[in-house]
Design a protein around this ligand. Structure first.
Ligand code: FO1
Length: 313
């Protein structure tokens, strides 16, 4: 069976571990958010692709959720000693090797898709990782800062400001010139099932859907589309979806996000919507099912995936 998953960073990575555990032998393709990508100190950094690659490749620091386990920060300390800004971004020594290889390959003309495949030769994630686009399509956040309204890079908003500055809007810089990466549209069109991971509906799933052609591919695919709610009991399990949803006028609830995604019967995305058993959600035109949605370990996540595939059937 071919399963295609739209996924973001930390939540997406955990979810993909469960998909891999629940579906051994199936063809698994993740379409990954690259809106968080950033160039710092001359290096091209792809946080969501790296979080997923490290997590599936058993190299991630599970506590932090991003970056490498057994990491050290000597270069970061040296950079701040030089006063080389930004000092707020946590660049680990081991992680820098990934960015050096990626940056060198991109500078040599390889696509981000090819670079990701090359890095995965080492990490063997067991899931094909596709960037949503090979073009730069960075998420910037419109905020009021020092008395002026301005757009700052998502990473600065997320890390330096802990998403505490109210987001007035999210802008995908470069999205008009972005195309889905090679393989993305066919991965959606030829899938037996499409899953929306319990990732941030705005800056992860929403960003992927913002790439011209991807939303239409979801609408057109013959495969059932099932989403899993990232909101449990009115709050995100992790991350800061509650700082993002108000900016697009969506209620921070399983029902709010489900209705935001909408039903494929009337131009939306979903056929099915999995919510946590403590929640309730009425999503017109969408079959809602209540399951345990806490990804406490791979077995729990695999059970969620099996429930989603059951709903898809
Ligand atoms: N998140 C933080 O909260 N602080 C950091 O210093 C930080 C550094 C970092 C470096 C590489 C990387 O791949 C991810 C990093 N993240 C950090 C996580 C990242 O900001 C977010 O996980 C994603 O962009 C959102 O999913």
């Amino acid at each position: 069976m071919q399963i295609t998953i739209l996924a973001g960073g930390i939540g997406g990575a955990k979810f993909l571990r469960g998909v891999r555990a629940a579906c051994p032998g199936d063809g698994l393709t993740a379409v990954v958010n690259t809106g968080d990508d950033v160039t710092l100190h001359g290096l091209r950094i792809c946080p969501d692709l790296d979080s997923i690659m490290y997590t599936l490749g058993d190299g991630a620091d599970d506590e932090r959720g991003w970056g490498r386990k057994d990491e050290s920060w000597r270069i970061k300390e040296e950079l701040s000693t030089y006063g080389a800004e930004p000092s707020w971004f946590g660049l680990g020594d081991l992680d820098i090797a990934t960015h050096l290889v990626r940056t060198r390959m991109l500078d040599a003309g390889y696509s981000l898709t090819d670079v990701t495949a090359a890095l995965c030769e080492r990490w063997r994630p067991g899931v094909r990782l596709l960037p949503m686009s090979d073009e730069r399509c960075e998420t910037h956040v419109v905020v009021d800062l020092d008395g002026a309204r301005r757009a700052i890079h998502f990473q600065e908003w997320w890390i330096r400001h802990h998403a505490a500055l109210p987001a007035q809007a999210f802008v995908q810089v470069g999205v008009d010139d972005a195309l889905p990466a090679a393989g993305v549209l066919s991965a959606i069109g030829a899938a037996d099932v499409v899953l929306l991971a319990p990732s941030n509906p705005v800056v992860s799933i929403g960003t992927i859907l913002g790439v011209p052609g991807i939303r239409d591919a979801i609408l057109a695919t013959p495969a059932p589309v099932v989403g899993l709610s990232p909101i449990i009991g009115g709050a995100p399990v992790r991350g800061m979806a509650d700082a993002c949803l108000p900016a697009i006028g969506v209620e921070v609830s399983a029902e709010g996000v489900g209705c935001h995604y909408g039903s494929r019967k009337n131009g939306g995305l979903l056929d099915g919507w999995l919510i946590h058993h403590t929640d309730s959600a009425a999503v017109p035109g969408v079959t809602v099912r209540e399951v345990a949605l806490l990804m406490t370990d791979d077995a729990a996540t695999a059970a969620m995936v099996r429930a989603a595939l059951e709903l898809a059937r």
